[in-house]
Structures are given as structure tokens and as C-alpha cells.
Design a protein around this ligand. Structure first.
Ligand code: ADP
Ligand code: MG
Length: 240
């Protein structure tokens, strides 16, 4: 569904991604782990062209993306992103946040968008908060609105960048639950997270990034019980 080939990215002299190859199959859930600064966010941002690669190739659902020619708004419609800090529009209600992109980018009829928006808020358990502003929502509720907003573009892939890292511990579960449900429904997902229980339960594959290189790629059982790389072993000891 999404293929990254030989992705290189530097910021000035700092080489952050050193030739990443990552193939994500339809309906696959890939969890991306690695210590802070290893390049996880940069990789996700390259995948939806929020970051310009120095070199490399990205194919989405069979189509090679040319960032110079293709409309990036259309690419981002296919590759949704959920951020650590939600990034909701503060002056828009939950429902208005969800329907913003379908109406402005996809030119969806407003009534139709509202109907879709309500269905998505229902799906994340927040139909009753449709007319509430983000400032009146908990962190977990804001993140669930952000997930509904990403889904509103009917993406082919959803990228999550530490979606629960900014949440109070008691609010983490409700967001992971929604993500787990999406995974079960067959959404293709790449998830950066430190929630190892989620990784064990939901991931088809766990990938470890270390200094801009993929050093491990395995199913959860192999990843935790029989990792190949010494750095992965050290990482597992830290997080468990
Ligand atoms: P992770 O998400 O794994 O913590 P990041 O992808 O955020 O890692 O960052 C990888 C490295 O790239 C870090 O050293 C970070 O400081 C650097 N970096 C990230 N974004 C920028 C930027 N816009 N300008 C300069 N350096 C950056
Ligand atoms: Mg990051």
C-alpha cells in the first residue's frame, strides 16, 4: 500500500535517514520504534511529504509520487496523519474539525460531510461532543477527534506519531482502543509508539530504527523474544 525505497534525508550536515526501505502491505499494521532522535518522526513526515526527501522513492497504492508534479494535498488525502499534539483547530467544534478537509480539499457537499463527520465521531465514541470546542475536551477526546478527522479523508494509510505520548496515563487506553478497532477493520497503519503492549497485541510487524537505519524488522513475538540486533535487545530491556 505504501512503499518507501532508499529514503535519504539530512538536515544540514546531520544525516537523519540513511537509505530507508519500508514496504507496508494493505491492511498491515507496522509499529515503528527507536530511541528519541532516531528519525521516526522524520520518516513518517517523508511518507506524507511534510518533509522533502533528499532522495528516495515513495509509491502509494501502486502510484509513484512525484512531489514536484503531483498535488500534495491529494497525496496527503491518501496518507492521513495523527500527531502527538492533536493539532485541532481551536476555533472549530469537533464536528467542524472533522469536516474541514473533506469540504475544503475534496469539495464534499457540506450536508454530506456533516453526515460522514457524525458517523466518524460515533465511531470514536464522541457523537455527543460534536458541537463542543477542543478546549472543552480531554486530551484523549481531542486525540479521538483527530483520528476521526484523519479518517474523514478516507485515507489509504494512516500514520500515527506518538499519538498517546502527550496524554495523561488514564486517557491512553481509550485512544489505543480506537486504534486497535481500526486495525481490526483492516486499516493500513504505521504507528510510532512507546506502548509495547499495543505493539505486541496489534502490530503485524515491529520495526526498530537506530540512527536513521532500520536494524530490526520482525513479527512481535520474534522482535521481543529473539531479536537479531544487540541494540534492539538493549531497547527492549529499557521499555519493558
Ligand atoms: P524521533 O522522532 O525518532 O525522535 P526525529 O525524526 O524527530 O526523531 O529527529 C531525528 C533527528 O533529526 C534529530 O536529531 C532531530 O534533532 C533532527 N531534526 C528533526 N527535524 C529537524 C529539523 N526540522 N531541522 C533540523 N534537525 C531536525
Ligand atoms: Mg518523534
Amino acid at each position: 500500500m505504501i512503499i518507501g525505497e532508499n529514503i535519504h534525508k539530512s538536515f544540514g550536515d546531520l544525516e537523519v535517514l540513511k537509505g530507508i526501505d519500508l514496504h507496508v502491505k494493505p491492511q498491515e499494521v507496522v509499529v515503528l520504534v527507536g530511541v528519541s532522535g532516531s528519525g521516526k518522526s522524520t520518516l513518517l513526515r517523508c511518507f506524507n511529504f511534510l518533509e522533502e526527501m533528499n532522495s528516495g522513492k515513495i509509491t502509494i497504492d501502486g502510484k509513484v509520487i512525484n512531489p514536484k508534479k503531483d498535488k500534495l494535498a491529494d497525496v496527503r488525502a491518501d496518507v492521513g496523519m495523527v500527531f502527538q499534539h492533536f493539532n485541532l483547530f481551536p476555533h472549530k467544534t469537533a464536528l467542524e474539525n472533522v469536516i474541514e478537509a473533506p469540504v475544503t480539499v475534496k469539495k464534499m457537499d457540506k450536508e454530506k460531510a456533516k453526515q460522514l463527520g457524525m458517523e466518524l465521531l460515533e465511531k470514536v465514541g464522541l457523537a455527543e461532543k460534536a458541537n463542543v470546542y477542543p478546549s472543552k475536551l480531554s486530551g484523549g477526546q481531542k486525540q479521538r477527534v483527530a483520528i476521526a478527522r484523519a479518517l474523514a479523508m478516507q485515507p489509504k494509510v494512516l500514520l500515527f506519531d506518538e499519538p498517546t505520548s502527550a496524554l495523561d496515563p488514564e486517557l491512553v487506553g481509550e485512544v489505543l482502543q480506537v486504534m486497535k478497532q481500526l486495525a481490526e477493520e483492516g486499516m493500513t497503519m504505521v504507528v510510532v509508539t512507546h506502548e509495547m503492549k499495543f505493539a505486541k497485541e496489534v502490530a503485524d510487524r515491529i520495526i526498530m530504527l537506530d540512527k536513521g537505519v532500520i536494524i530490526e524488522s520482525a513479527d512481535p513475538k520474534t522482535f521481543f523474544e529473539n531479536p537479531k540486533n544487540e541494540r534492539t535487545r538493549q531497547f527492549i530491556q529499557l521499555v519493558q
